[in-house]
Design a protein around this ligand. Sequence first.
Ligand SMILES: [Mg+2]
Length: 367
Amino acid sequence: MSIQQVRLHSVRLRYHEPFRIATSTSLESHNIIVRITTDSGIVGIGEASPSKRVTHETPKTVTEVLDKITPKLIGMSPLRIEQIIEMMDKRVLENPSAKAAIDIALHDILGKTANTPLFKLIGGFRKTVMTDLTLGIKKPEEMAEDALRAVRRGFKALKVKVGVDPEEDFERILRIRRAVGSNTIIRIDANQGWTVDQAIKTLERLGRFNIELAEQPVAADDIEGLAEVRKNSTIPVMADESVHSPEDALALIRQDAVDLINIKLMKSGGIHKAKKIAAIAEAAGVPCMIGCMGESTVGISAGVQLAAAIKNVKYADLDSDILISDKLVLEGGAELEASQRIPPEKPGLGVTKLDEKILGETVKTYE
Ligand SMILES: [Mg+2]
């Protein structure tokens, strides 16, 4: 079996409402969809959801990078994933979301070739994955209302964005905890918004609200600072922006800088390297989360398949397609039942029908 054709699509997906975090506000997610067709007629789907802030990529750089990589894919076996990743890394440094789009499509082909849901092929540890729902930054009282609404929808865990102003962040958590009571899991994510000193003091004050974990309290490149926060915090500290690659994960673990790691396919370059990060972390006793950027249900389905497959993935934040109002996937893909994401009993990612109107014209075809 060999790769015969690769098609790229550019899609703009609007959020239900402006989504604000410590470092940015988004109205839409502009993603690149990749469709790889084999000579046996199998079509694998992948997605890049680039982040300028995190991986220094834009839709434009993703298409430029894919323009360098994709011609080399034609004629290669789609099942030789490690070989293809080696080829991509040799041709282009970094640019992980562009590479993730290819990696995800290859894993979809892998599952379809085996006529098996992907998660069953790559580990098959669990059948459903509990996701949190993310609450973007608003005024504390508005976030308390959003929190209550999420719990009423059936979500058992909330990921609360903070990292703006420590005093107001404290108020946010106080009001949310009061609104939802003690049974809802609360995670917080400062998206690098605090200084080391602010992080230590704020996490100490938040200790009484039973916070499950605190994500990326300080700047991504301040590993010493992260270690310092961790040493002084009773709340487990999770690295997100600090960890893109398996090498990053190893470096942070060696510096005792993390309790937990948030893996995202858009940072790791896809499923193959995400598994390597999870394995390194497992050996060090560091549980992982699978998170997301602004993926549609295509990319989210890949995240759900991975999270279901791997034992050391103890947390999931796979909710971007819930926050997006434009539904690219019309049939199939990861389901949502209350707080659970469920990989469908279909081959590969299980995405069976896309909205061709949202997908639009093919931007580029390679064959
Ligand atoms: Mg994060």
